[in-house]
Design a protein around this ligand. Structure first.
Ligand code: ACM
Length: 765
C-alpha cells in the first residue's frame, strides 16, 4: 500500500508539473496554474462591454479563430455587467499589467477574464486564450485550466522580413503569413519591395517602375517549367488592404525601398536614374549586382516622390531604405559622380553613401518618419536618429548601440530563414550552414558587449526570409515554421524563462494548430536520421543502425520489414546490429502519441550503399559555400533540389571498399548560373577542359589524385537538362574516396550531381 501510495503521489506531481505549462507559444512572462478548469463549448459566450468596438472586434477574431481551428462556435455578446460562466474581455485603465501591450488573464471554474490597458494587449491576450483553448489536436469542447497570467513583451520590435522582390507572393499568401505572425505576437512585418530582380510597389507618378521593373525574363525562359516572364507587383489598393489587414492584427508594415544599391529594376525602368545612362535588363542574377542610383538632383527628386507615395500608403513611423551591398564600382567609374563627391568634400564613396542616406533621412524626418537601414549605413556616417538593422553578424548592432542608435538584430546566418534548417537529405531549397530550431531558440538579441544603457537601444530581433531560392509559398512556409515559434519566444518571453525542453514540450500542440490551418510547417527538427556504418556494411554485410533526430526529442519508433512505423512499432533505445539487406523506416512521436515527424525510410543493400545523392556528398576542401537549388530559378513548383557551390564545382564521394566496383554511373543536372558575385567573381575556380563543354573528372582519393575517369559533358544546346554519364573504372583494391570535379567553363551553366552510383559491372556502358 505504501509503495502504491508513493507511486501515486509522484504521478500526481508529474500531472501537476504538466498542468503548470499549458502549450503556449511564446511563453508568457508569468503564469500560475490553479486547480479546476473552466469549460468552453459551443454556445459559451464572450462578453464585451457596450460602446467598445475594438474589444468587440478582438472578441469576434477569437471566436472566428476558434471556429476555424477547433470547430467551436462561441457567441460574442455586449453586456454591461460581468457574467458568471462567460469569457469576459475588457480594456481597463487600471488593468493589472505592467507594460504597454500587456494583458492579464484570470481563469476560475466560474469564468474567464481577460483584461488589458490597450487594444494590442487585449489582442495578445485573445491569442493566448485561443492557445489555451487549442491545447491538442482535438475538435470541440475544451477545459481551460484555472490559472493567472500576467504577460507583456520583452521587446518592442518583433519582426519578420519577407522578400517579395526575388519571388512574388499573392495578397492572400501574405495575409496568411500575417495571420501567423499575429498568432505568434510578432508585430513588425518588414516588407522588402524593391530589388535588382523586381520592383513590386505601384508608384503612380512613375508607371514604368511596374510596367518594366516588375518583370524579368528568366534564364532559359519557356523551357523545363520556367515561365516566359516572371514578376508581378502590388497595386496601391492591394497595399492598403495588406496594411489594414496587418493593422487589425497589431502588426506594423515597414516598407523597404532599397537604395543606393539593389537598384537595377528601377534603373531598368528609368535609365536616367542610373550612373551609366544605359538601360540594363531587370536582373535574373542572385547576389550583388552593380547598379546604383546616381547622386544627382534627378535621383533625389525621384526618390523623394517615391517616398511621398510610400509614406501615404504606410503609416509606419519607420521607413526602411536598405543601404546594403552597394558596391561602388559604378560611382568610382563615373567622372560626374566623382566630381560631385569632391565638390561635397567627401573623402570616398562610403562617405558619399553616408551623405546620400543622410539626405533621405532628412527627407523622412521632415515628414515625421524615421529611417531604418541595414548596418552598412554605419560605414559612411549615419543620420543621428537612424535605426540600424544589424545583418552582418551582431557587430553593426554593437557599434550602433554604442553610438546611441536604436538597433534591431537580424544577423546572418543566425536569423536568416533562407538558411536550411537541417542537413536532412530531403530538405528543400536554401543555403548552408543549416540554422536549426535549437539555434534560433538560443539566439540572444542583446549582445553581451553592451552595458545597460546601450542595451536599452536594442529594439528587438527579426528573422529575414530572402526568397531567391523560394519560388513558392510552400518553400516560404517550410522555411518559416516552426522556426517562427522559436523567434517569438526570443522576442516576447523574459530571457530567464527560456527553456528549450519546455519549448519542445509545447510544440506538438502548435503543430496541431498548424495542421488545422493547413500551414506547411517543417518537421526537420524531429525527422528521424537513420545511420549505419557504411564501410562495415559494405565489407561484412552486417552493421549497426543508429537512429536520432536533430532536436534529440520524442520517441523514435521503427520497423525493419518495410511497414509504416506507428506507436506500436518498437521504440528505439540504442544502436542495434543488423544484417543486410534491410529497409529501415522510422517516425518520431511525442510522448502523448502525437506524430512529430513523418516516417523516413532508408534501404540498405549493396547497390543502394554504393549510390549516393549529391546532397549527401560534401564539398571539396577549401570552399564551404553551398546552396540547394531548383534547376529552374523561377519555376513555381516544389521541384527536386540539387547542391551546388557556385565557386567550386567539386564534391567528395566518401571512402568506399572498391573491391568489385567496375564502373561509375552519374545522374547529372544542368543548373542555371544566374549569380552576380561582384568582387567575389575572382574566387570562382576555373579549370582547363579538353572537350568543348567540359568534363566530369573523377580523381582517386584526393582532388589532385590520379584521374580514374573523365566524362565529357554534352552540348547544353542539344541535350536534356538531366543526363547520365557512365565510365568504366580501373580495378582498385582497398578503400578509396573519390573527388568529382566539373571542369565546365565558368561562363556557361553550372552542373550538379543528382546521384553517383558505383556499379559492379559495366552493363550500363
Ligand atoms: C542583406 O542580407 N543583404 C541585408
Amino acid at each position: 500500500m505504501k509503495i502504491a501510495g508513493f507511486v501515486f503521489s509522484i504521478v500526481a506531481l508529474l500531472g501537476a508539473a504538466h498542468a503548470a505549462t499549458p502549450p503556449l507559444l511564446p511563453m508568457p512572462a508569468q503564469i500560475e496554474v490553479a486547480s479546476g478548469a473552466f469549460p468552453v463549448a459551443d454556445g459559451t459566450t464572450i462578453v464585451v462591454p457596450a460602446h467598445d468596438a475594438a474589444t468587440r472586434q478582438t472578441a469576434q477574431y477569437l471566436a472566428d479563430l476558434l471556429t476555424r481551428t477547433r470547430g467551436l462556435h462561441l457567441k460574442v455578446k455586449v453586456r454591461a455587467a460581468p457574467s458568471r460562466g462567460a469569457i469576459m474581455l475588457s480594456r481597463e485603465a487600471d488593468a493589472p499589467v505592467a507594460h504597454a501591450e500587456g494583458y492579464a488573464i484570470d481563469v476560475t471554474p466560474d469564468g474567464l477574464h481577460l483584461r488589458a490597458r490597450d487594444d494590442a494587449g487585449l489582442f495578445y491576450g485573445a491569442i493566448t486564450l485561443w492557445q489555451l483553448m487549442t491545447p491538442d489536436a482535438k475538435r470541440g469542447p475544451v477545459q481551460v485550466p484555472a490559472l493567472h497570467i500576467r504577460d507583456q513583451p520583452r521587446f518592442a520590435w518583433r519582426g519578420l522580413m519577407l522578400d517579395s522582390a526575388r519571388h512574388f507572393q499573392s495578397v492572400a499568401e501574405i495575409e496568411r503569413l500575417l495571420d501567423q505572425m499575429a498568432q505568434h505576437k510578432l508585430n513588425v512585418f518588414h516588407w522588402h519591395l524593391t530589388d535588382d530582380q523586381g520592383w513590386r510597389i505601384q508608384i503612380k507618378r512613375y508607371p514604368e517602375l511596374t510596367r518594366v521593373g516588375a518583370w524579368r525574363t528568366p534564364p532559359d525562359a519557356g523551357h523545363d517549367g520556367e515561365p516566359l516572364r516572371y514578376g508581378g507587383f502590388y497595386t496601391q489598393e492591394q497595399i492598403r488592404q495588406i496594411v489594414a489587414y496587418a493593422a487589425a492584427r497589431h502588426i506594423t508594415v515597414v516598407p523597404e525601398i532599397d537604395m543606393p544599391g539593389h537598384a537595377q529594376a528601377a534603373v531598368a525602368a528609368y535609365p536616367q536614374l542610373g550612373v551609366t545612362g544605359k538601360r540594363p535588363p531587370v536582373s535574373v542574377d542572385w547576389g550583388v549586382n552593380p547598379y546604383l542610383y546616381n547622386v544627382d538632383d534627378g535621383s533625389f527628386e525621384f526618390i523623394d516622390h517615391v517616398l511621398d507615395e510610400v509614406m501615404a500608403l504606410f503609416p509606419s513611423k519607420y521607413i526602411h531604405v536598405g543601404g546594403d551591398e552597394a558596391i561602388k564600382d559604378q560611382w568610382q567609374a563615373s567622372p560626374a559622380v566623382q566630381a560631385k563627391m569632391h565638390a561635397l568634400g567627401l573623402k570616398d564613396e562610403d562617405a558619399l553613401q553616408g551623405w546620400f542616406i543622410d539626405r533621405i533621412g532628412q527627407y523622412l524626418a521632415a515628414h515625421g518618419r524615421q529611417l531604418v537601414g541595414w548596418d552598412e549605413i554605419l560605414d559612411g556616417g549615419v543620420p543621428a536618429d537612424a535605426t540600424v538593422m544589424s545583418w552582418r553578424g551582431s557587430k553593426g548592432a554593437i557599434k550602433a548601440a554604442q553610438q546611441g542608435h536604436d538597433v534591431v538584430l537580424s544577423p546572418a546566418p543566425d536569423l536568416y530563414f533562407d538558411q536550411l534548417q537541417s542537413d536532412n537529405a530531403d530538405e528543400t531549397a536554401g543555403r548552408i550552414p543549416a540554422q536549426s530550431l535549437a539555434h534560433i531558440y538560443a539566439f540572444e538579441p542583446v549582445p553581451t558587449d553592451l552595458d545597460a544603457a546601450q542595451a536599452s537601444h536594442v529594439l528587438g530581433a527579426q528573422a529575414n526570409v530572402w526568397t531567391e531560392h523560394m519560388p513558392t509559398m510552400q518553400h516560404v512556409e517550410h522555411a518559416v515554421f516552426p522556426r517562427l515559434d522559436a523567434l517569438s519566444e526570443v522576442d516576447w518571453s523574459p530571457a530567464a524563462s527560456r527553456d528549450w525542453n519546455g519549448f519542445l514540450d509545447r510544440l506538438p500542440a502548435q503543430f496541431a494548430r498548424y495542421r488545422a490551418q493547413h500551414i506547411g510547417y517543417a518537421d526537420s527538427a524531429f525527422a528521424p536520421d537513420i545511420k549505419i556504418d557504411r564501410s562495415a556494411a559494405l565489407t561484412s554485410g552486417t552493421t549497426q543502425v543508429t537512429l536520432s533526430n536533430q532536436a534529440g526529442y520524442g520517441e523514435l519508433h521503427y520497423t525493419l520489414d518495410g511497414r509504416a512505423p506507428d506507436r506500436n512499432a518498437p521504440v528505439y533505445k540504442a544502436p542495434f546490429a543488423v544484417k543486410l539487406p534491410l529497409t529501415v523506416r522510422a517516425a518520431a512521436f511525442a510522448t502523448d502519441g502525437v506524430e512529430l515527424a513523418a516516417s523516413r525510410e532508408r534501404v540498405f543493400d549493396r547497390a543502394s550503399l554504393l549510390s549516393l545523392a549529391g546532397n549527401e556528398m560534401p564539398n571539396c576542401p577549401g570552399s564551404d559555400f553551398r546552396l540547394r537549388v531548383q534547376p529552374m530559378p523561377d519555376a513555381t513548383s516544389l521541384a527536386p533540389v540539387y547542391s551546388i557551390n557556385v565557386f567550386n564545382s567539386c564534391q567528395l564521394y566518401p571512402s568506399t571498399p572498391m573491391q568489385g566496383v567496375a564502373s561509375i554511373h552519374v545522374e547529372a543536372v544542368r543548373i542555371e548560373r544566374n549569380y552576380a558575385l561582384a568582387h567575389e567573381q575572382k574566387l570562382v575556380v576555373s579549370r582547363p577542359h579538353s572537350t568543348p563543354f567540359g568534363e566530369l573528372v573523377v580523381h582517386q582519393d584526393q582532388c589532385d589524385g590520379s584521374v580514374l575517369a573523365s566524362l565529357p559533358l554534352p552540348d547544353p544546346a542539344h541535350s536534356a537538362r538531366r543526363f547520365t554519364l557512365d565510365a568504366a573504372l580501373p580495378a582498385q583494391q582497398g578503400e578509396h574516396a573519390l573527388c568529382l570535379i566539373y571542369t565546365a567553363p565558368i561562363d556557361g551553366p553550372l552542373y550538379a550531381l543528382d546521384r553517383v552510383t558505383l556499379m559492379p559491372g559495366t552493363t550500363k556502358l
